[in-house]
Write a protein that binds this ligand. Structure first.
Ligand code: AMP
Ligand code: MG
Length: 411
């Protein structure tokens, strides 16, 4: 672990993520929440089906329920003896030669095992004419075919989606036990930073990273504390970190993580905590300190706005997902034909910003979204993907295949 923070060594993202996964323990603690507020939360226990789903055999069509033993070699007639409505079952028992009018979702009457679509029959008063080649056991939803009583509806560590919430509601479950929220504090560092809305003098800039981070952190499983801007003052940063570590699981900072005379983050982390790694072989985002202060994990992101987003997405996102117990944290990457030449020096893995389009189903093209400096926000604002270039890759010619990672910064 110590060689990971050797100041000359740039470590790969894979190496960094391995280190993160082995250092972070999934948070302890859970809470019960109602389905109304459960979207995106992570189950802390299995959800068991309290009854069979479906709870009773029912029809998947509007038509006629009958018993397949009544099917003849050619067309035949059955007598309609009643109706089974959704919510109002037919309470009799079908005898041979009988059928029941039935609607979608209605209980299949006792004695019936099949439903024929209404479009396939002819109706003369209560005599229903079934065609030649009528099929047995069609259009029936069987008891427990989705999940059996006491079966596992959803597993622990599942992040709840819209479909899951409806699934739980269909089983009558209106509250669930989920992982507690992760408490995350974040602040910006830099003497040049001023809050939006204030007047700038020469050399000052607005603190934009805090808006980016606040938006990226807005997730159902996060409880976020915005600690503002802290000047490039070692004592103040140290004090803020120590205080934030008391009541948060994670601290994220931006700025001051590099090697300048006013960059204190790595030095402070060395003194009051533990540095697991510091410099990554990625662009943007080389200076990134990861470690811990007491029981609190710490991510010191670089200050440049695009480095913040890239390191957040590549490093912090999988780390926070891992903390909540999620395991499928690999981004989806696909191959695309690069339609613009890309400038790249070997040495660091690059996450260039690109515009991905689908030219026909399954066929993708990508172009660079513009200037790639880590301070250039315009090109990232236009982008909808990273073009992921391997560490030893050099320039890319137009027409070459590249790997892309689509992103949606609204999510
Ligand atoms: P640093 O990592 O502190 O050396 O900062 C690198 C660059 O990012 C400098 O140009 C900073 O002015 C800029 N920067 C740092 N923090 C912020 C911030 N919160 N918002 C916008 N730009 C920032
Ligand atoms: Mg700075």
């Amino acid at each position: 672990m110590t060689d990971l923070c050797n100041s000359n060594l740039l470590i790969s993202i894979d190496h960094a993520l391995d280190n993160i996964y082995s250092s972070l323990s999934v948070i302890d603690g859970d809470e019960i929440v109602s389905l109304h507020t459960a979207l995106g939360r992570v189950l802390s226990e299995n959800c068991i089906a309290p009854f069979n789903l479906p709870a009773y055999p029912n029809s998947s069509m509007d038509g006629y329920a009958f018993n397949s033993t009544d099917i003849q070699a050619s067309d035949f007639n059955l007598q309609q003896v009643g109706v089974s409505w959704a919510g109002r079952p037919f309470d009799g028992m079908l005898a041979s030669g009988q059928c029941v009018r039935i609607f979608t979702g209605a209980v299949l009457p006792k004695g019936a095992d099949s439903v024929i679509m209404q479009e396939l029959v002819q109706v003369h008063d209560h005599t229903i004419h079934f065609p030649d080649n009528t099929q047995a056991k069609q259009n029936v939803r069987y008891i427990g075919e989705d999940v059996k009583q006491h079966g596992n509806l959803l597993p622990a560590a599942k992040q709840l989606t819209a479909i899951d919430l409806g699934w739980l509601a269909s089983a009558g479950i209106y509250e669930v036990r989920v992982k507690r929220k992760i408490r995350i504090a974040f602040f910006s560092t830099g003497d040049e930073l001023r809050p939006v809305g204030s007047h700038l003098t020469e050399g000052q800039i607005y603190d934009s990273n805090r808006y980016t981070l606040a938006a990226l952190l807005k997730k159902p499983g996060h409880e976020v504390n915005d600690l503002g801007v802290i000047a490039d003052d070692k004592a103040q940063i140290q004090q803020s970190l120590l205080q934030a570590a008391q009541s948060n699981d994670v601290i994220i900072t931006s700025g001051g993580a590099s090697v300048g005379d006013a960059d204190y983050i790595k030095q402070i982390l060395d003194e009051i905590g533990q540095v697991n790694f510091w410099k990554l072989a990625i662009k943007p985002g080389k200076p990134l300190a990861f470690g811990c202060i007491q029981n609190c994990y710490f991510f010191g992101l670089p200050g440049n706005p695009i480095s913040v987003i890239a390191t957040y997405q590549q490093i912090v996102t999988p780390a926070l997902r891992h903390l909540t117990g999620l395991t499928n944290n690999q981004p989806i990457r696909l191959k695309a034909t690069c339609k613009s030449p890309l400038f790249k020096k070997p040495g660091r893995q690059e996450f260039q910003r690109g515009i991905l389009t689908q030219t026909s189903p399954g066929e993708f093209e990508v172009t660079s979204s513009g200037k790639q400096g880590s301070n250039i926000i315009s090109a990232s604002s236009r982008a909808n993907c990273y073009i992921v270039l391997a560490r030893e890759q050099a320039n890319v010619n137009s027409g070459e295949q590249v790997l892309v990672e689509p992103f949606n910064l609204l999510l």
